[in-house]
Unconditional design. Structure first.
Length: 213
């Protein structure tokens, strides 16, 4: 099985998402790991920083601007009303969760959950586009198999076991879409891999024993 990693620039616009979709649709069995769209993580960091500084109005202003950006992407990416509605619902859900931090205690776990949203959105957009084009792919959540220890390092044995279980649920599938950067920590909270950490998603850490890389 091949594992391909695409950074934020590669999925930075609707056209580039389309290009990546065409590139990965070659019939080979593979897992495709996506980053957030270009600029998204920086905006999410800014949002989290405003919450930390007890400035929710500024946080929401940045969130609203980012959500409008995604609405434009959806319009340019998807043609059918059904696909657009599904994508818009996912985006709305993610930004509603951000707005729900207003008036609540904001801590490091909250920040990490916000920073994970870019990858969640980009992978969903890719999956919706694939579905619209009739490309058979399955979106799998990195939160179902990506684990780190207390030092933030991937736990290879646990990841290998978990990803094998996930893939076995889809024996006829050759194309999987998943997120880089996000993981589960020992406290069972959403966490973020270290800088460049989504490159662990080349699956060297699971050594590919169970699914014939």
């Amino acid at each position: 099985m091949k594992v391909l990693k695409f950074g934020g620039t590669s999925v930075g616009t609707a056209e580039r998402i389309k290009d990546v979709s065409a590139l990965i649709n070659d019939g080979d069995k593979k897992i495709v790991v996506l980053s957030a769209m270009t600029g998204t993580t920086n905006s999410l960091v800014e949002i989290a920083d405003y919450f930390h500084k007890s400035n929710p109005d500024a946080a929401i202003e940045v969130a609203n601007a980012l959500e409008r950006k995604y609405e434009t992407v959806v319009t340019n990416l998807l043609l059918s009303e059904t696909s657009r509605k599904q994508a818009q619902e996912i985006i709305k859900q993610q930004f509603t969760e951000i707005r729900n931090y207003v008036g609540k205690q904001f801590d490091l776990n909250s920040e990490k959950a916000i920073l994970a949203k870019g990858e969640i959105i980009s992978t969903n957009l890719m999956q919706f586009y694939n579905q619209e084009k009739g490309i058979q792919s399955v979106l799998i959540s990195a939160l179902d198999f990506m684990y780190v220890d207390s030092d933030g390092e991937p736990i290879s044995s646990k990841i290998e076991s978990a990803i094998t279980t996930v893939l076995k649920k889809h024996p006829q599938t050759s194309l999987f879409i998943t997120q880089g950067f996000i993981t589960i920590n020992p406290e069972n909270n959403i966490d973020n891999l270290k800088r460049g950490g989504s490159d662990y998603s080349n699956f060297n850490w699971c050594r590919c024993k169970s699914f014939s890389c």
